[in-house]
Design a protein around this ligand. Structure first.
Ligand SMILES: [Zn+2]
Length: 129
């Protein structure tokens, strides 16, 4: 990545860091990026450092990759935040355990209790959630 692009990405991502990361991490990364951007203004080459910081976290890495592909910052942020939100909201599948061999099976909540492959006669016990 060229320095020019690295700085552009860093400047574009700074305002949305609080949406992508927990507040403490966001503040820390924002501070680091600010320092690096200031240093590049004095002619230093720091695109590797900027890239490294943005690659420390999966959300910022994904954000940067999509930004460099030409997507608009608002779209990227919205889709990343929505994705994370949807994963949280997804109900966990109930898990069952075979009393004979302790094998566990996850089954979508469709009202049916799954059967153990090795012990089809056994009644599996629901262990979670
Ligand atoms: Zn079994």
């Amino acid at each position: 990545m060229t320095q020019f692009k690295a700085i552009l990405a860093a400047q574009a991502i700074r305002p949305v860091l609080p949406e992508l990361l927990d507040p403490e991490t966001a503040a820390e990364i924002d501070r680091k990026l600010q320092t690096l951007i200031t240093q590049t203004e004095t002619g230093q080459t720091l695109n590797n450092q900027i890239t490294e910081i943005l690659c420390e976290h999966e959300t910022t890495q994904t954000w940067m990759r999509r930004y460099l592909k030409g997507e608009t910052p608002a779209d990227i942020t919205r889709s990343i935040v929505n994705l994370a939100g949807n994963m949280d909201a997804q109900p966990r599948e109930p898990t069952y355990r075979c009393p004979e061999c302790n094998a566990t099976k996850a089954e979508p909540s469709n009202g049916r209790t799954p059967k153990c492959d090795a012990h089809p006669h056994a009644t599996l016990q629901r262990i979670s959630p």
